[in-house]
Ligand binder design. Structure first.
Ligand code: BMP
Length: 263
């Protein structure tokens, strides 16, 4: 398999940067390990928000299937902003079907996810064929693409709380490590720095919601849950000043990341 790469023109020379390396460079350059989970139902609002917090985040995560005004034009605008502010776009699609079906879900339909999402999330429940299907589909695009495997979930009673399952997910990541650049996780799963651990369920003021979400603080997420990237949604979205709150999570998150991971 070919490494997913981004072709960038520098002084008329084209260089290729694998998506994993690009992610790590963005984090270092921007001093940010904050992924904003923009769980809003209006893409125009997400576009405005992404300009407001663009300099504070290393990644923006969306759920395109909750948007009431999705269009390929608007998603292109968001993609342009992500390039301007230098953050990745993650579609939290949570693919969970057989290889052939996910290939279609990734490339076709209303959303044509492969055309704009740098990264997607994937359940490995169907087995490694799901990753094969997505990786194959990604090769039709002349831009780097990658995925995050959902190893563990933040919600109460998650069935991912099973050592054998998690071990299987890690094995799958190792086998397809060109396309799989990390995990959605609640603990450190590998000793190498190769895989980025992205952890949702982060909030400074709440411990959970009414529907099973469980929160830890940014420092706990990094120290106790092994996170590299903090995925933060309502803590920022529901705050009075989203820009200021995003900056707080960026600063607290990156400071803890530097101290704990000793990068
Ligand atoms: P919030 O910070 O508002 O609770 O949002 C968390 C986000 O992360 C949601 O978009 C949710 O779908 C996602 N998420 C999660 O909360 N737990 C997981 O285990 C995996 C997720 O993708």
């Amino acid at each position: 398999t070919q490494l997913p790469t981004l072709n960038i023109e520098i002084e008329n020379k084209t260089i290729s940067i694998p998506i994993r390396q690009r992610f790590q460079t963005i984090m270092k350059e921007k001093r940010s390990n904050l992924c904003l989970s923009a769980d809003l139902t209006n893409l125009d609002e997400i576009i405005e928000l992404s300009k407001l917090v663009g300099s504070n985040i290393c990644m923006l995560k969306i759920h395109s299937d909750i948007l009431t005004d999705f269009s390929l034009d608007k998603i292109q605008q968001l993609k342009d902003i992500s390039r301007k502010f230098n953050f990745l776009l993650l579609e939290d699609r949570k693919f969970a079907d057989i290889g052939n079906t996910v290939k279609l879900q990734y490339t076709k339909g209303l959303f044509r996810i492969v055309e704009w999402a740098d990264l997607v999330t994937v359940h490995v429940l169907p087995g490694e064929c799901i990753v094969q299907g997505l990786e194959q589909a990604a090769q039709s695009i002349n831009e780097p693409r990658g995925c995050l495997l959902i190893a563990q979930m933040s919600s109460k009673g998650a069935f991912t709380d099973n050592d054998d399952y998690v071990k299987g997910v890690v094995e799958c990541a190792k086998k397809y490590s060109d396309f799989v650049i990390g995990f959605i996780s609640q603990s450190r799963l590998t000793t190498t720095d190769k895989f980025l651990h992205c952890t949702p369920g982060v909030h400074l003021n709440n411990t959970g919601d009414q529907l099973g979400q469980q929160y830890v603080t940014p420092r706990q997420a990094i120290d106790e849950r092994g996170a590299d990237i903090l995925i933060v949604g309502r803590a920022i979205l529901d705050s009075i000043n989203r820009a200021k709150t995003a900056e707080e999570y960026q600063q607290q998150g990156y400071q803890a990341y530097e101290e704990i991971r000793k990068i």
